[in-house]
Each structure stands twice: as C-alpha cells, then as structure tokens.
Design a binder for this molecule. Structure first.
Ligand SMILES: C[S@@+](CC[C@H](N)C(=O)[O-])C[C@H]1O[C@@H](n2cnc3c(N)ncnc32)[C@H](O)[C@@H]1O
Length: 198
C-alpha cells in the first residue's frame, strides 16, 4: 500500500511539472515568440492528410512538417507512407517530447529537427516533395516565399493567403480549430506547384 502511495505521489508530481513546463512554453510561444503554440492535430486531420498523400502522391519521398509539435502527424505520415519525414520544431520542451516519443515508438523514418522552420527552409538547399503546416492563417502567409522548395504544400484548416489552392478537402463536419478567437472549420488546402503524379 505504501509503495502504491509513493508511486502515485511521483506520478502526480511528474504530471504537475509537465503541465507547468508546458504552460511556460505556451506563454513563451504566445507572448515572446508570437507564434502558434503546440496544439495537437485531431486524429481525423491526420487520417485525411495521410489519405491525401497516399491517394495523390504515393511516390513522395520527402515530407517536411513545418511546426511538428510532439510529432503525432509526422509519425502517422512516416508510418503509413513510404516517405522520409522531417519534423521541424523550435520550442525546447516540445522538441524534447517529439524526440522522446520518436524514440519510444521507434519512428525511424521520422527525423526530428530542432530549428525555426522558416529559417531552416531559408537556409537549406534541399527540395522536398511535400510540406505540411498546421500553423494558422498568419504564419501560413510566410509559406508564400517557399513555394520553390516544395512540389506540394498541404495546410490544415487555414489557407495560404494570396495563393489559390489546387483543391480543398472539406472536413467541417468533424469540427474546427480556433485561432485568435476565430473558428476555422477543419479543411485541407492543397497547393500543387509541380505535379509529380501517382
Ligand atoms: C498547432 S501546433 C501543430 C502540431 C503538429 N503539427 C500536429 O499536427 O500535431 C504548431 C506547432 O508548430 C510549432 N511552431 C510554430 N512556429 C514555428 C516555427 N517558426 N518553427 C518551428 N516550429 C514552429 C509550435 O511550437 C507548435 O508546436
């Protein structure tokens, strides 16, 4: 009985420390870095993104997740498609969780990269088949500068202002994401810059 109480106590303190660090990081995201904090994508968004890649871009070899959070979406893509995924995240604790979960789930095809995603894309000479972004309408605008780095960009729930989507997938029946107190119904926006076919 005593051991159980000690174990419960440890779990409670680990959970409190986890929540505290998570909230400090959220505060830094919103008020210091002025970027979208970590909010995991819902299962339906992951499933439909994987389905989109699978049915339209089965030959995709490289996928970049621009702002990967704990990596749920990135690992789902790595697991279900043949692509190598680069999961980019800049916040230290979120990145720690991303790497830890990658290790625990042995996600070999999902490489965690600690960097500001836009700096990473500016500095890399690489070209990627697909970019995925679940960042909201403001940060999505910056993606306009990187259309040459990708064959396809898929944004979740918010479009890239100024670019016409090649197609959209309406998922509004599954709910919405709220950014700056505005609701954005679930939707995929797909931008093809070079069609590499199926
Ligand atoms: C809404 S969450 C999306 C998480 C993940 N993509 C998912 O689908 O579960 C956005 C994530 O992007 C990260 N992020 C935002 N701006 C970023 C940037 N410029 N560079 C790298 N990561 C960024 C945040 O720290 C956060 O973890």
């Amino acid at each position: 009985m005593e051991y159980i109480l000690i174990i419960l106590n440890i779990f409670m303190w680990v959970f409190i420390a986890y929540k505290l660090i998570q909230n400090i990081e959220r505060f830094r995201c919103v008020f210091v870095r002025r970027q979208i904090p970590f909010v995991p994508s819902e299962r339906v968004l992951r499933r439909e993104t994987v389905r989109e890649i699978f049915s339209h871009y089965p030959r995709a070899k490289t996928v970049v997740e621009i702002g990967a959070g704990y990596g749920g979406m990135a690992r789902a893509i790595a697991r279900k498609t043949s692509a190598q995924v680069y999961a980019i995240e800049n916040m230290p604790f979120t990145f720690f969780m991303l790497r830890t979960l990658n290790l625990l789930t042995r996600a070999r095809k999902c490489a965690a990269v600690r960097a500001d995603a836009f700096e990473y894309l500016t500095n890399t000479k690489r070209h990627f088949d697909i970019g995925i972004a679940y960042l909201g309408p403001g940060p999505n605008k910056k993606l306009q500068q990187f259309t040459k780095k990708f064959d396809v960009i898929i944004t979740l729930d918010a479009p890239i202002a100024g670019l016409a989507a090649t197609r959209t997938v309406d998922l509004s029946r599954y709910g919405f994401t709220r950014w700056d107190r505005v609701s954005y119904p679930h939707m995929l926006f797909i931008y093809e810059f070079r069609h590499f076919g199926s």
